[in-house]
Design a protein around this ligand. Structure first.
Ligand SMILES: [Zn+2]
Length: 106
């Protein structure tokens, strides 16, 4: 690298110029881009998950769509099945209507 003061060519990683003693300007190292927070890929529409299902993948799809915990959705679904038949029919309708897709890890 060249000295900015006297123009003498110095070793590539020299800290000071060998002739005039001027501190060499070190090329700025590019700052590493700040790590992006990991975000769940949220599907644009409600789907069934082909690769993450305990029954029909509806719970996993609903959880992804609303950004909820899959376990929580399944728990609510099970509670709904215990305390009423509406959940069962909602599940059946969703299972019949929704497309089954590969959702990937959540
Ligand atoms: Zn110099």
């Amino acid at each position: 690298m060249k000295c900015t003061q006297c123009g003498t060519e110095n070793a590539e990683h020299a800290s000071f110029c060998g002739k005039c003693g001027r501190e060499m300007e070190v090329a700025p190292t590019p700052q590493a881009a700040p790590a992006q927070p990991v975000q769940h890929t949220r599907p644009a529409k409600l789907v069934r998950c082909a690769d993450d299902k305990s029954i029909g993948g509806v719970c996993a799809g609903v959880a992804r769509y609303f950004g909820l915990d899959v376990g929580l959705v399944r728990l609510l679904a099970i509670l709904g099945l215990i305390f009423g038949t509406a959940t069962f029919w909602i599940y059946i309708v969703l299972w019949a209507v929704l497309d089954e897709v590969e959702c990937g890890p959540y």
